[in-house]
Design a protein around this ligand. Structure first.
Ligand code: SIN
Length: 281
């Protein structure tokens, strides 16, 4: 297995590996898992694998998720279809970690390109450990113990009828997470709020933070927007231009990603196996 780091901050391309084989070979899988913890997102060019091999490889990391809104492959329920061919609307063109709206957001994901536009449709990943590490110390102190709400309602629910949105919110109530989580395997601290699903802080309004009303709403929103904007810093990012068959594997606990929506009306078809994560703390 060959590893080529792509940026100083995040991402490596892995070559001389077939992921179907990695699904069957515990030693090879262990090398890939170690590289994932180090580089946070791994890219494998032109993987000629079946859907069964795709889910088998992803399943080595843990059980797979289903998604309440995005449809799955009928024969492989853990393989979510992200197909953009008949509608210019996208849910993925904002910085997010997958499933932040769940009590246990995904541990990671294995995404394969089925069809991509000739140009456009790249995906960006961000190292959210660096986004935390390089915060000013006084901001880090402010985040100690701070928590935030995340919800599916204001993202996937936005294009639904009010009734369907209410049902989505009832089935998947908003959750609360620490603003800074600790990675369960590396011990790294991770900035864990994102544009995709975070709505507000839940315990900001204390005497230390709020003296007058203006401290509460605009004050908290300014801080939240500042934190969310950290994901846009180019020095923390890697950007991948897809070719058919490429696979990306990412650690969803320490990264965020953004799929560019710049290719309509060309089709783009991706299949994602999301791996069930733990409760962040
Ligand atoms: C995702 O947001 O999980 C999918 C990213 C992509 O389609 O590139």
């Amino acid at each position: 297995m060959k590893i080529r780091p792509i940026t100083p901050a995040i991402g490596a391309e892995i070559s001389s590996v077939h992921l179907g084989e990695a699904a069957r070979d515990a030693g090879l899988f262990a090398q890939i898992k170690a590289a994932l913890l180090q580089y946070k997102v791994l890219f494998f060019r032109r993987q000629d694998i079946t859907r069964a091999e795709h889910v088998a490889f992803a399943g080595r990391f843990g059980a797979l998720e289903t998604h309440p809104v995005a449809g799955s492959d009928p024969d492989h329920p853990g393989l979510v279809r992200i197909y953009r061919s008949d509608n210019p609307h996208s849910y993925e063109n904002n910085y997010h970690c997958d499933g932040l709206w769940r009590p246990n957001p995904a541990m990671g994901a294995v995404l394969r390109c089925i069809e991509c536009p000739e140009i456009g449709g790249d995906t960006i990943w961000v190292n959210m450990v660096k986004a935390y590490e390089e915060l000013p110390e006084e901001v880090k102190r402010k985040l100690d113990g701070l928590r935030a709400r995340a919800s599916i309602e204001q993202s996937f629910g936005a294009v639904m009828t009010p009734e369907a949105r209410a049902k989505l919110a009832q089935d998947h109530p908003a959750v609360e997470h620490p603003v800074v989580r600790t990675h369960p395997e590396t011990g790294e601290k991770v900035l864990f709020v994102g544009a995709g699903f975070t709505t507000h802080f839940t315990n900001y309004s204390t005497p230390a933070n709020v003296r007058h009303g203006i401290d509460k709403a605009p004050g908290a929103a300014l801080l939240l927007n500042y934190l969310i904007s950290r994901a846009t810093i180019p020095e923390y990012q890697v950007r991948w231009s897809w070719q058919q068959g490429d696979v990306a594997v990412w650690d969803n606990r320490s990264t965020q990603h953004y799929a560019l929506n710049d290719y309509w009306p060309a089709p783009r078809k991706m299949e994602r196996a999301g791996i069930i994560g733990d409760i962040p703390c």
